[in-house]
Design a protein around this ligand. Structure first.
Ligand code: N01
Length: 563
């Protein structure tokens, strides 16, 4: 067991550094107060809060560095679609004052550098075991502790288990016949290799046209000899209008950063307050005025496009007006009418996650780019051969194959850990018909397990850093409350979970979100239950969380463990 301790922690000093409550055991696994799974933005801040509370904390991270999604998604063109001044931590005034962003939308390398800076600045690395995945977490009911096992065979016992595993971190690599026999280089955007993937002089194929594909395609097209895009479903995308960040604007925000953050927290998705304008309903707007406003929104670009009219996300009729406007833009931008038609999505806009791009549609005007329709109506991919992709009766010869095929979102990374709660019940079994949580934070039957940005919380429908900070603060405050009150276990009660799931569905049903086949409902993963997972509306959600806490964590049940 002593051996296990060393393997699990890599360095024994980290136990000493980990906090005042660190205990070791000759008879069982080493003990810490809190195990955190994942060292992305959520996990990093969780570690920081645990250090502040003087608790021992151990974080396990599969990657070799911090950053989470920004560590893994290092594909060409990867950048955030929330503006830099907003997509950053706001828990430390000095940190937000000292960090300088260079572009309106930060690139992946810049965001990763920021994550690394935070890890160093707050001395987080000693608490993280890198290159190590958590395989299982089993509740020892009599002791009220989680026994966490990692893929190097190590175990650790923790009072609290915080899953900071990310909503979009379990890559979906479709199981297409012949995939593993491809003799060229095969990569997934969400698991991009650390070496430089060469496109120059190469025939490159990209499968998938979601946010990742749409960012990568224009960049790959610049150097590839030929780029073939395999599109199953066309996506709506809005120009980002990225550019260097004006230092004057950066300074202006910094002079009132706290107030700026507070205004953003009042926004539906916790960002974009600077673009807030009085909005009316599209259905009540004069056609000329509607068109003028749409032109303005298009020229402004970015993720606030659909906030231009209040009814876009509520009324399918209004939404079609926005969708038709963008369809018109595609026809204007793409030279070849047949290609333009293929790139034009049917249906509603923003029902799937709206994509923000730089030069996406015009990339199809390049002579070295072609588009293949692999939908059921076109020529579906039948297999991957050692030298390319077979779609219908045409074989596409390829040297490099890029899968931009997304993620098993929200539940994928949670359920790939074998989590067993009361009575040995597996979380995967409990969630067979879809995830059920209270506030997206707690699960009935799984005491002292917290999910950061879990299903049933705003998570992917909000500025992720801000959403995870709010969760981490709530969890940490709850732990402090338990310590003050002498309580050992917290568990969401079954009724609260049932009514929360009902609430999430009711809120979602007032929007257009649940009506299309998106990853929000798990439609991209064969066999995944169709359940709308995130909760629309950040401010109302925060208010609920605050009220729950103020009412002594109403809806949760506490216990004391007697030794
Ligand atoms: O994944 P996606 P993503 N054969 O699931 C296609 C965030 N993000 O990685 O629509 C052929 O959106 C699939 O087709 P279809 C953001 O929240 C943010 O691009 O299922 N095609 C689709 O075209 C985003 O929404 C940023 O028919 C197949 C594509 O692959 C989320 O991550 C950047 C296929 C997958 O699109 C996920 O984005 C990047 C198959 N077998 C990502 N399987 C920014 O901040 C799947 N597809 C800017």
């Amino acid at each position: 067991m002593v051996h296990v301790l060393e393997v699990a922690f890599g360095m024994s000093e980290s136990m000493v550094d980990a906090g005042a409550n660190t205990e070791t055991s000759d008879t069982g696994p080493p003990r810490v107060d809190t195990v955190v799974v994942g060292a992305g933005f959520a996990g990093m801040y969780m570690i920081h809060r645990m250090i502040q509370q003087g608790r021992s904390v151990r974080c396990f991270e599969g990657g070799t560095d911090v950053g989470g999604t920004w560590y893994w998604n290092r594909y060409p063109g990867a950048r955030c679609d929330v503006e830099s001044m907003e997509y950053s931590y706001d828990f430390d005034e000095q940190l937000q004052q000292e960090w300088e962003w260079t572009e309106k939308y930060a690139t992946q390398p810049e965001i990763l550098a920021y994550a690394q800076h935070v890890a160093d600045r707050f001395d987080l690395r000693n608490h993280i075991t890198f290159g190590t995945r958590v395989e299982s977490a089993v509740l020892d009911e009599s002791a009220g502790r989680w026994i966490v096992t990692t893929d190097d065979g190590g175990t650790v016992s923790a009072q609290f288990l915080v899953m900071a595993t990310g909503c979009l971190s379990s890559a979906n690599l479709p199981d297409i016949e012949g995939r593993d026999a491809f003799t060229g280089e095969l990569v997934h955007t969400g698991r991009w290799p650390h070496h430089e993937v060469q496109f120059e002089g190469k025939r490159v194929g990209v499968v998938g046209t979601g946010s990742s594909g749409i960012q990568a395609i224009p960049v790959i097209a610049r150097t590839a000899e030929h780029l073939t895009v395999f599109q199953r479903t066309a996506q709506f995308t809005i120009p980002a209008r990225n550019g260097p960040l004006d230092p004057v604007e950066q300074q202006r925000v910094k002079t009132e950063y706290a107030a700026f953050r507070e205004r953003n927290r009042q926004m539906f998705a916790a960002f974009g307050s600077k673009y807030l304008r009085p909005a009316t309903d599209a259905l009540d707007t004069d056609p000329d005025e509607f068109h003028r406003e749409m032109e303005f929104l298009w020229e402004r670009g970015g993720a606030m496009f659909l906030s231009g009219f209040r009814d876009f996300m509520r009324s399918p009729e209004a939404n079609h007006m926005a969708a038709d406007f963008v369809r018109g833009k595609i026809a204007e931008m793409v030279d070849d009418p047949a290609t333009a038609a293929l790139l034009t999505p049917d249906g509603l806009i923003g029902c799937k996650r709206l994509v923000i791009d730089t030069d996406y549609y015009v990339t199809y005007n390049r002579p070295n780019v072609s588009l293949v329709d692999v939908s059921e109506q076109g020529t579906p991919i039948t297999r991957i051969t050692p030298t390319g992709i077979q779609a219908g009766d045409q074989h596409h010869d390829l040297d490099v194959l890029v899968f931009a095929t997304g993620f098993d979102a929200m539940t994928g990374s949670l359920l790939r850990v074998d989590i067993r709660g009361r009575g040995g019940k597996r979380l995967a079994d409990e969630w067979q018909a879809g995830p059920t949580t209270y506030l997206g934070l707690g699960v009935h039957g799984f005491p002292n397990l917290f999910t950061v940005a879990g299903p049933g919380s705003p998570s992917v429908l909000a500025n992720m850093i801000i959403a995870t900070e709010q969760h981490v603060d709530w969890i940490s405050d709850c732990m402090a409350y338990m310590r003050d009150q002498g309580l050992d276990l917290i568990e969401a009660d079954a009724e609260s979970v049932a009514s929360w799931v009902e609430h999430v569905n009711a809120v979602a049903d007032r929007t257009i979100f649940p009506s299309c086949n998106s990853w929000y409902v798990g439609a991209n993963i064969p066999g995944k239950p169709r359940v709308f997972m995130p909760l629309p509306g950040f401010p109302a959600y925060v208010e609920t969380c605050n009220n729950v806490a103020a009412n002594n964590y109403e809806g949760f049940v506490f216990e004391t463990v007697t030794a």
